[in-house]
Design a protein around this ligand. Structure first.
Ligand code: HEM
Length: 484
């Protein structure tokens, strides 16, 4: 058989299998009297994946929403999906009926982060982990971290003085160090370099093809992951030998009466670093971009922060109380979380056939609450594209503002994230002048025939896009000078 005949046979065979599968599922849904949500499923197998990735995903979702309403079906990345973009539907999936929708991730991601990490679970094991994580990140626990976070922020700022930095990269170092502080307490400096080396290799494989063969990124990642677990096992054994108690996340995990295994602890520590670092660094980068673009807001934030400094001696530390006297800064953080909506959506999977508003969400289908669509709905936030912190002078309506998710899996690190952002903003605005160097960075790089690349897997080295499509994170460079 020549190659084209073989190709045709394979193609016809897979079409046949696809239609057979559709027929079987139709019959199954047929037994339910409910219709599926409106929408289109695209081509066999690929569904509408090309449409999704050939344009900005948010435009794809928005145009679908306009056409089909706030609950619609599609088929992307090999999975039938129901997209939801109303506050009520998001509450249904994430809060009121959360037991009917389990979190779902590709198997390769689970292997990389660790199968026992909090994100992948529901029920008793999830509840137990969540209690331990929340214990370490609630305000009473993190309030004592203010001086240490402050010193990490000051070290970062000092290292940037008089240079041009890639904001996102540098913020990732800052948020990584704060994440380690929250996990290992002051001991973090002892392990920082080893953990950093392994974690940075691990994350490079996060979006790689899951082929575990020597030489592949995935393989290197898995090796780094193993090394990370070994380092963590060493730290655990040192702590057990010392017998002292700690108020950090590791202390919370180790202090549980029904002990977690070393493997469970390692998976969850790697998971928390993963959840804490890029998210917070991304929001911090957006904050700087919006402040640089809105000088009036920057001036008002600087005044607010200066008022806190005014009553302090030179070099005196911030207190937890000071961080609660930053209403405008806090609105800037909220508005940035809304406009940038760095996590556009999350994934769930229906664990059984579910009825929502007269539609059937079949068992096994993915369900995606679209946070960004909700945050950018003109019915909820007037003039949604505009950066306007004053809109948060009035609290948003319930379930309309979910940068940290909602319900059972909502972000347990949100207080820490807001705290480390406030501290960074305090020192940045009170001691430095800074400018956004997007223009200069672009010119500079083109002049040297190379282009700065982002970390996004969809942005290849040499890409001439000034905006990353997936995260829309601009290639923002910051120039920092001491203000005095
Ligand atoms: C601005 C920064 C952050 C944003 C925007 C953010 C956002 C989110 C969102 C939306 C979720 C829920 C995902 C879902 O429902 O599927 C989540 C979960 C989570 N976040 Fe964050 N997060 C941030 C920072 C942090 C930090 C600093 C930590 C830890 C120190 C953290 C730890 C976690 C963990 C452990 C979960 C999983 C909770 C569970 O499954 O029960 N996050 N985050």
């Amino acid at each position: 058989m020549d190659i084209s005949a073989l190709f045709l046979t394979l193609f016809a065979g897979s079409l046949f299998l696809y239609f057979l599968r559709c027929l079987i599922s139709q019959r199954r849904f047929g037994s339910s009297k409910l219709p599926l949500p409106p929408g289109t499923m695209g081509w066999p197998y690929v569904g509408e994946t090309f449409q999704l990735y050939s344009q900005d995903p948010n435009v794809f979702f928005q145009s679908k929403q306009k056409r089909y309403g706030s609950v619609f079906k599609t088929h992307v990345l090999g999975c039938p999906c129901v997209m939801i973009s109303s506050p009520e539907a998001a509450k249904f999936v994430l809060v009121t009926k959360s037991h009917l929708f389990k979190p779902t991730f590709p198997a390769s991601k689970e292997r990389m982060l660790g199968k026992q990490a909090i994100f992948f679970h529901q029920g008793d094991y999830h509840a137990k982990l969540r209690k331990l994580v929340l214990r370490a990140f609630m305000p009473e626990s993190i309030r004592n971290m203010v001086p240490d976070i402050e010193s990490i922020a000051q070290d970062s700022l000092r290292s940037w003085e008089g240079t041009m930095i890639n904001t996102y990269q540098e913020m990732k170092t800052y948020t990584f160090n704060v994440a380690l502080l929250s996990i290992f307490g002051k001991d973090e400096v002892l392990y920082r370099e080893d953990l950093k080396r392994c974690y940075y290799i691990l994350e490079k494989g996060y979006n790689s093809m899951p082929v575990n063969l020597p030489g592949t990124l995935f393989h290197k990642s898995m090796k780094a992951r193993k090394e990370l677990s070994q380092i963590l096992a060493r730290i655990l054994s040192e702590r057990r030998q010392n017998g002292s108690s700690h108020n950090d996340l590791l202390g919370s995990f180790m202090g549980d009466k029904e002990e977690l295994t070393d493997e469970q602890i390692a998976d969850n520590i790697i998971g928390v670093i993963f959840a804490a670092r890029d998210t917070t660094a991304s929001v911090m980068s957006w904050i700087l971009k919006y402040l640089a673009e809105n000088p009036n807001v920057l001036e008002a934030v600087t005044e607010e922060q200066m008022a806190i400094r005014k009553d302090k001696e030179e070099g005196e530390s911030l207190t937890w109380g000071d961080t609660k006297k930053m209403p405008l800064t806090s609105r800037v953080i909220q508005e940035t979380l809304r406009v940038a909506s760095i996590l556009s959506f999350t994934f769930r999977e229906a664990v059984e056939d579910v009825e929502y508003e007269g539609y059937l969400i079949p068992k096994g289908w993915k369900v995606l609450p679209l946070f960004r669509n909700i945050h950018h709905s003109a019915d909820i936030f007037s003039n949604p594209g505009k950066f306007d912190p004053s809109r948060f002078e009035v609290a948003p309506k319930p379930n309309t503002f979910m940068p940290f998710g909602n319900g059972t899996h909502s972000c347990p690190g949100n207080e820490l994230a807001k705290l480390e952002m406030s501290i960074m903003i305090h020192h940045l605005t009170t001691k430095y002048r800074f400018g956004q160097l997007l223009e200069r960075a672009t010119g500079f790089s083109m002049g040297h025939s190379r282009f700065p690349k982002t970390d996004c897997p969809l942005c290849w080295p040499g890409s001439r896009r000034s905006k990353c499509r997936m995260t829309e994170l601009p290639l923002a460079f910051l120039y920092l000078e001491r203000g005095d």
